[in-house]
Design a protein around this ligand. Structure first.
Ligand code: NAD
Ligand code: UGA
Length: 320
């Protein structure tokens, strides 16, 4: 008799990272996936969203009963408000969508025996100015944004639910993710679309700020690594997920210009650096390599080249 599929609740499934996770699960009979999002704005091909092992649900992760209804084994919690700079404008929405929603899911996980919760944390949880590379054991600094603060709070919620109730969880501190289905306001997509359309780019500050830009395919692999294999040893922990390379915003613009064959593009404007923006991020990957056996595979140049093919509509890159 075939083994029962593992029942998975995936929240934020219509979002950037969520759609990439859904693509990895769709059609794999080892899993039965309830994909939950407030929106039904998938740009994935129909054979992915219509896969027999996937049920698309529209609803609020902050009130959902899907965990109880389907006795889910795993929760992959990606739903939330994701913009760093945008969080200044509506702090209460970020508290509600990130903190309250995460608490509801942990409470449901506790009540209904979920084996493991994997949730999205962020490099923003480090605040600014910690020594590089950023190491999980560094003490938290004050967050630079409401968004970063909510991610620190998500980690505290996870710690509480383990210490008090034994709910096992993995918090993944994703570092500036790019790739197919990328959010339109993020640097890689914004710059690529502007250069292709020959419209202006806005750089916040002088562009010397650096990021550990990380390809979404590696993010998906890290999520799966946290649910399987040696990760069974983990009880409640937090891990960096970064490519392990540093690139300035100016260097990113040059790379995209080169890959698009537009070395002449010069429509670059500047606005003041945003106070919520940290100066530099760079992930130390030792903890996740040791505990979960995950190492990133995609270098920035090849990852951005793949992303540009997706933007061009290359079907091999998962475009409609
Ligand atoms: P995204 O905005 O593309 O996706 C988030 C999705 O969550 C959206 O589709 C949205 O509709 C959904 N959502 C929001 N609130 C919801 C709710 N209450 N109930 C159900 N669905 C809800 O963002 P993303 O870039 O895919 O990020 C996914 C997660 O990873 C977020 O928690 C984000 O904070 C975190 N993260 C992202 C990055 C990155 O660089 N993209 C880096 C670090 C952490
Ligand atoms: C990203 C995600 O948006 C967050 O959800 C996530 O939590 C965070 O990474 C993280 O690593 O934790 P951010 O690093 O700001 O946030 O990513 P981008 O929006 O791609 O910006 C990268 C850099 O480019 C920033 O310094 C930003 O100021 C700059 N930028 C961005 C510009 O100069 N111009 C733009 O139009 C967009």
């Amino acid at each position: 008799m075939p083994a029962m599929p593992i029942r998975v609740l995936l929240t934020g499934s219509a979002g950037f990272i969520g759609q990439n996770v859904l693509r990895r699960f769709a059609g794999d009979a080892r899993y039965s996936v309830w994909a939950l999002d407030l929106r039904n704005t998938y740009t994935l091909p129909k054979h992915i969203t219509d896969a027999a092992n996937v049920t698309l649900c529209v609803g609020d992760a902050g009130t959902t009963t899907l965990i109880e209804d389907h006795l889910c084994d795993w929760v992959i919690h990606l739903a939330g408000s994701a913009g760093v700079r945008e969080s200044d404008a509506d702090p209460l929405a970020y508290i509600d969508n990130n903190v309250r929603v995460t608490t509801h899911l942990f409470e449901q996980a506790r009540l209904h025996g979920v084996t493991r919760v994997v949730y999205a944390s962020s490099s923003s949880a480090y605040g600014d100015g910690a020594p590089l590379p950023l190491v999980e054991s560094d003490p938290n600094r004050p967050a630079c944004s409401i968004y970063g603060m909510t991610k620190q709070m998500c980690e505290t919620i996870a710690q509480y639910y383990y210490t008090r109730h034994g709910v096992k969880s993995v918090g993944l501190r994703f570092f500036t993710v790019y790739g197919p289905h990328g959010r339109p306001t993020m640097a890689v997509r914004r710059f690529a679309e502007a250069i292709r359309a020959d419209t202006p780019i806005v750089i916040y500050g002088d562009g010397t700020q650096t990021r550990d830009f990380t390809c979404v395919s590696d993010i998906v692999s890290a999520i799966l690594a946290s649910l399987t294999g040696s990760s069974r040893l983990v009880k409640c922990d937090v891990f960096n997920v970064g490519a392990g390379d540093s690139c300035s915003v100016n260097e990113l613009v040059e790379l995209i210009k080169e890959l698009l064959g537009r070395p002449d593009y010069d429509r670059i404007t500047h606005q003041p650096r945003h106070a919520a923006d940290v100066g530099a991020t760079l992930a130390c990957g030792k903890h996740i390599a040791k505990q979960l056996g995950f190492t990133p595979k995609t270098k920035l140049r090849s990852g951005v080249a793949q992303f540009l093919r997706w933007l061009d509509g290359d079907p091999a890159m998962g475009h409609l």
